[in-house]
Design a protein around this ligand. Structure first.
Ligand SMILES: Nc1ncnc2c1ncn2[C@@H]1O[C@H](COP(=O)(O)OP(=O)(O)OP(=O)(O)O)[C@@H](O)[C@H]1O
Ligand SMILES: [Mg+2]
Length: 336
């Protein structure tokens, strides 16, 4: 991980990527609506969001493969839409579904891409070798890409992104579709790359961002809904989760329980986790606000309503909790 990241305090840090009011319309669908953020040199930033949130669309605008409808993306101060070639010299991009020539040998493919990127012949061999060593490809150089496993193809995708030795890597779901062992390997590789490069990566694997990233940007429905350090999004700074299990004398409408506990001071949200199971035992996840501890109040409310408390346990907020809170629609949230 990078030592240069300082969370939200970044005095003296140099911005490498700036998204300013990015908007992308696909016909009548607005895929990205007013996305702004800054990534500083040396950071490893995780880009999270549910399917269709606009992650890939944003990444395509950052890399110059899509023109924004409005707003702009700057990479190393270069306006990407105005001069994509210059911006692409600074960045390496692993697209969501990397186009690959399946009947080409790994080594030939990398030579081909290096030529395409204008890597000069005096450094080409060295660059290809360095990328292959770094990505663990030395044993498969003579194989056709089509013969490789998904994990190895992903390594080829990463290697091609490194050939021109960019300062910035933009990786769209680099571990998607890989088995758990391959995920661990690619994650280690990304961590290693993060030691000397700035990295923006998107993923659906939340422990992955927690393990790899200095900062997390969560995007939902085309908008940034969080931009902070993993600690701030999961630790005390994000409040606490309280697990409550209780038995009621007769069937109680979960909406009543939600209403009673939801009105207590310090309670942000109450989810009934076994709603619909028609049991008199209720399992609840209560989200408390920062610096609040509503356990005593929950106890009091249970006594007042003759609900028997079986469990009352305070826990750290997980990244899953935060992600769900920020990305679930109101309707989904109260459906429980
Ligand atoms: N070429 C396109 N034409 C029309 N709509 C598109 C196009 N590409 C994406 N969209 C729409 O834009 C929205 C954002 O898509 P995008 O691929 O950026 O999401 P994502 O966050 O990368 O999702 P995922 O996690 O599934 O990869 C979605 O509603 C998607 O259907
Ligand atoms: Mg995507």
């Amino acid at each position: 991980m990078n030592s240069s990241s300082t969370g939200t305090v970044r005095d003296g840090a140099t911005p490498l990527v700036e998204a300013r009011g990015l908007i992308k319309d696909y016909g009548r669908t607005q895929a990205v609506r007013d996305v702004s953020f800054t990534v500083y040199r040396g950071e490893v930033v995780g880009f999270l969001g549910p399917n269709g949130a606009g992650k890939s669309t944003t990444m395509k605008m950052l890399t110059g493969y899509l023109r924004p409808t409005a707003g702009k993306a700057l990479v190393a101060g270069i306006n990407v839409a105005e001069d994509p070639i210059a911006a692409q010299r600074v960045l390496g991009y692993l697209p969501e579904s990397a186009p690959m020539y399946l009947d080409m040998m790994v080594i030939d493919f990398l030579h081909f891409i290096a030529d395409l990127r204008g890597v000069t012949s005096d450094v080409k061999r060295g660059r290809i070798r360095a990328a292959c060593e770094r990505c663990g490809l030395m044993d498969v150089l003579g194989k056709d890409i089509g013969q490789l496993s998904k994990g190895y193809r992903q390594r080829v995708g990463l290697a091609q992104a490194l050939l021109h030795d960019p300062d910035l890597l933009i990786l769209d779901e680099p571990t998607s579709g890989l088995d758990p062992n391959q995920i661990v390997e690619i994650r280690a590789l990304i961590k290693d790359l993060g030691r000397d490069k700035t990295v923006i990566l998107s993923t659906h694997i939340l422990p992955e961002v927690q393990a790899t990233c200095d900062r997390i940007i969560i995007i939902n429905d085309g908008q940034v809904v969080a931009d902070d350090t993993p600690d701030a999004l999961t630790g005390e700074g994000a409040g606490a989760m309280i697990r409550v299990v209780m038995r009621t004398e007769s069937f109680v409408d979960p909406a009543t329980v939600r209403h009673v506990l939801g009105g207590l001071p310090g309670v942000l949200r109450v989810d009934v986790q076994n709603a619909g199971s028609n049991t008199q035992e209720l399992i609840l996840a209560v989200r408390a606000s920062k610096n609040a501890d509503p356990r005593e109040a929950i106890f009091g409310a249970a006594v007042a309503n003759h609900w028997v408390l079986l469990e009352l346990h305070r826990d750290r907020v997980s990244l899953e909790d935060t992600f769900q809170r920020l990305t679930q629609r109101e309707g989904d949230r109260h459906a429980a």
